[in-house]
Design a protein. Sequence first.
Length: 209
Amino acid sequence: MTRTGGLSACFWVLVGGGCAVPRVGEEGPRAPSESAEKDYQATLKRYSDHAEVYDVLDTRVFAGMTYQSWPFREARVQRVALFQEQPRELVEKNLTAERATFDSFHEFFFGVYSASYRFDDFDRKDSMWRIALVTESGETTPVSVERIGRSTLNLRAIYPYLDDFWVAYRIRFARNASSGVPVIPPGSTRFIVRVASTVGRADFHFPAE
């Protein structure tokens, strides 16, 4: 473990690791079917990663990130449909909208908690944080970072690593560089989204589709 401005290498208890994260607030709802809940949690775990940035024993930031892959988008749409008892026509409409977004961007849900408001400026032009999608062939920065807002029960039903005082963001990267080359090269198996500043660095690891 790096001591100053470093990244904890451990995962959180909720995804099978050994580091306890303080819980504040009501947990998100669970699917009425145990098998449906288990399947969703498995998909969420595959496309999520977690980190904490700290200074010695002073934790600066808790963070979780989920890659909006097509399997995860399908699972998310179906989970919301289950909770809201949506008709099949609406589910199909939502899946069509998700496909259009998926074809346009590499998108990530980013949940973060910081004890200091000074570190929570990810969506600002002059943010202290630099965000990049990193592959073996290079890196690219986001086309947009959008602040979704404070955690809610609806958000925690989808992203259970959120807590009451967490803030959610939507991060989007172009699928292709200005030269037309895919940002994630064909044949890639893994990639990283890096969030770094003078406070510390967090690398979130994801499987490439």
